[in-house]
Design a protein around this ligand. Structure first.
Ligand SMILES: Cc1ncc(COP(=O)(O)O)c(C=O)c1O
Length: 386
């Protein structure tokens, strides 16, 4: 673009070029494996833009341009899921003999992947406390190649001191990678804080309608992008056309949906604060939350998820009666869509040393009227004590 517009403005244009499509506003779904060359000279031309659909095509290219703008990065790769984006990133930047530091509160499949695939490939895996900050220096070894962050975490929402960790990483020449799915590139922009690589699942707020499987990785510079891209090509990583289209469409309304979700979540959280059935609440907006001050310092807001640890006197059967009585909160394993959900969490999957009793449930607040949501909770919570 000619002018240096504000970010919101740039995001309305990123990845779009209507002149390429007879004025069509959105880059259309591009289904392609084969890409034809007009002649032999084009085949051998190193500057030919697209060669094979899996490696890149007009829509994946447009999406990568848009998410690079969103995260403020150099360039991006897309993957068929958020988790594939995460695993590809680990494969890209690690080799046998390396040591990797992974935040202990990470999304459980990240932990499973590290404990199985990374260890099997000869990588030394160590988990660190999310509140470690600058003390991460004490864990750096001669062979530490990578520090992996996720902030806030997606069940207990600890907020990490990213600038303090980045400072140590830079001093020690260690690459930093952050799962930024919570923020969707809106509430926090890791690359602006010195993180090298930002990874996201686009199945959450970017897709926003519970119908997309997609992930992406944004690199801070050309060197890191090249490492990522060549690994993605070697692993055969590519994304489906419809998912790219839907996620691209979601990007245009991302910011207002996220803001709305963050606003809608607050009265529900307040309601839970008044409930005697609750042992502990988890959300970065709460002063009691680990890293709340860092969240206030570094983040522009919260999204629509929070968690409840119920009083241990309620069994899983009691909580199931409450959840099953809810009309507006079906049980579902995700978040970031337009609809409210609940998801029971096995906290032992999140943390080796989780020692709290009580059923743990994550709430995803959608776009329903919050008065209806509270009325539903109010009416169903009675079932706990029946
Ligand atoms: C924080 C976080 N990161 C990554 C993922 C993985 O995303 P996907 O489901 O698109 O593979 C999830 C999915 O729930 C998540 O919550």
């Amino acid at each position: 673009m000619k002018k240096d517009y504000h970010r919101e403005t740039k995001l309305m244009h990123a990845g779009r070029n209507p002149d390429d499509y007879f004025g069509v506003v959105n880059p259309p779904i591009c289904r392609t494996s084969t890409i034809l060359y007009k002649d032999m000279a084009a085949y051998f031309d190193p500057n030919t833009k697209f060669r094979y659909g899996r490696i890149g095509n007009p829509l994946s290219h447009a999406f990568e341009e848009a998410v690079s703008e969103l995260e403020g990065g150099y360039n991006a790769i897309t993957a068929p899921s958020g988790f594939c984006a995460i695993s590809t990133t680990f494969f890209a930047f690690l080799k046998a003999g390396d040591h990797v530091l992974i935040v202990d509160s990470c999304y459980p499949p990240t932990r499973f992947f590290a404990n199985k695939q990374l260890r099997d490939f000869g990588v030394e895996v160590e988990f660190y406390d999310p509140m470690i900050g600058a003390d991460i220096k004490n864990l750096i070894r001669g062979n530490t190649a990578l520090i992996y962050l996720e902030s806030p975490s997606s069940a207990t929402f600890e907020v990490q001191d990213v600038p303090a960790i980045v400072k140590v990483a830079k001093e020690c020449g260690v690459i930093t990678i952050m799962d930024n799915t919570y923020s969707a590139g809106v509430l926090f922009r890791p690359l602006e804080h010195g993180i090298n690589i930002s990874v996201q699942s686009a199945a959450k707020y970017i897709g926003g309608h519970s119908d997309v499987n997609l992930g992406f990785v944004v690199a801070d510079n050309a060197t890191n992008y090249k490492i990522l891209k060549s690994c993605a090509v070697n692993l055969g990583v590519c994304a489906a056309a419809e998912d790219l289209y839907l996620a691209m469409r979601g990007l245009r309304t991302l910011e207002m949906r996220l803001e709305h979700a963050g606003r809608n979540m607050l009265p529900i959280l307040e309601w839970f604060k008044t409930r005697p059935e609750v042992q502990e609440l988890y959300s970065p907006v709460l002063e009691t939350s680990r890293g709340h001050d860092i969240w206030k310092r570094d983040f522009s807001g919260a999204n629509g998820i929070f968690s409840v640890l119920f009083n241990p006197k309620y069994s899983m059967d009691d909580i199931a009666r409450f959840v099953d009585a809810l009309e507006l909160f079906p049980v579902g394993s995700s978040w970031g869509g337009y609809e409210s959900l609940v998801q029971p969490q096995d906290m032992k999957e999140y943390r080796d040393n989780w020692d709290k009793d009580g059923v743990f449930i994550r709430f995803q607040i959608g776009n329903e009227n919050t008065k209806d949501l509270i009325a539903d909770l109010e009416q169903s919570i009675g079932d706990l004590t029946c």
